[in-house]
Design a protein around this ligand. Structure first.
Ligand SMILES: Nc1ncnc2c1ncn2[C@@H]1O[C@H](COP(=O)(O)OP(=O)(O)OP(=O)(O)O)[C@@H](O)[C@H]1O
Ligand SMILES: [Mg+2]
Length: 223
């Protein structure tokens, strides 16, 4: 059986960790070998530059580190993780489930470039991470689309109302709004599969979203 790499994408607080875990459990219960990954790889020193960036060490605004430099920080963390931890899983029939991947650079960093530079950025990102660094290309990218005010509420709940725990991106609602526009653009441009996670101004139940994701994933994994 061929390994498959499936990415769960979305803005901060969109339910990626929740849904990746449920999907991993489901596929495991069906007898598939699942490798679940989360990026950035905060447990590894390879994420040091990302941590410095999100902590504001290079400036208090996301724009203080340009799209290409910040993308490189995230990309080398993924390359290190791939080489050290999951290269073999790409050839042993596993389902590799990623909570965020190279595609997060398209959401977060592409928002820093002008609209008419977006296609060029996507080409650069894809060439840099997949061709040059040698990271595997995803078989599918599932984008969890959540209204920004809804995901802000979920994040606040998670942080117990303490906004000081939020990182550079999470604190900046204007930036996140631009990131959502990038994500919508990329969904069209790059053929991501969009899951509408909201209805009537609120988030759908965890179970309902999980069922929609499963449907898509079963299709992808069909022999
Ligand atoms: N459908 C849902 N309904 C209600 N609460 C949810 C739903 N999905 C996730 N949550 C809750 O919202 C919070 C954010 O979810 P989660 O951590 O899965 O998101 P995330 O996309 O991984 O966030 P981040 O990008 O910040 O890592 C958590 O407290 C989680 O329990
Ligand atoms: Mg998460």
């Amino acid at each position: 059986m061929k390994s498959k790499l499936i990415v769960i994408e979305g803005l901060d607080g969109s339910g990626k960790a929740t849904q990746t875990k449920l999907l991993a459990d489901k596929l495991t219960s069906m007898g598939r070998t699942v490798r679940k990954l989360e990026f950035p790889d905060y447990d590894s020193p390879s994420s040091s530059l990302v941590k410095m960036y999100l902590n504001g060490d290079f400036g208090k605004n996301p724009e203080d580190v340009n799209a290409y430099a910040a993308s490189a920080f995230y990309a080398v963390d993924r390359a290190a993780s791939y080489l050290k931890n999951w290269k073999n899983d790409c050839n042993n029939g596993s389902v590799i489930l990623c909570d965020r991947y190279c595609t997060s650079n398209i959401i977060y960093q592409m928002s820093k470039v002008k609209n008419d530079e977006r296609d060029g950025f996507i080409e650069w990102q894809s060439d840099f991470e997949y061709n040059k660094l040698g990271l595997p290309v995803p078989d599918a990218v599932i984008y969890l689309d959540v209204d920004l005010d809804v995901s802000q509420r979920l994040m606040e709940k998670r942080y117990g109302g303490d906004k000081s725990k939020m990182d550079l991106h999470e604190q900046n609602v204007k930036f996140l709004r631009e990131c959502r526009e990038s994500a919508v653009y990329a969904t069209q441009k790059c053929g991501w599969i969009k899951i509408d996670c909201c209805e009537n101004g609120d988030i759908k139940s965890i179970k309902k979203i999980a069922a929609e994701i499963e449907k898509v994933v079963f299709d992808i994994l069909k022999p």
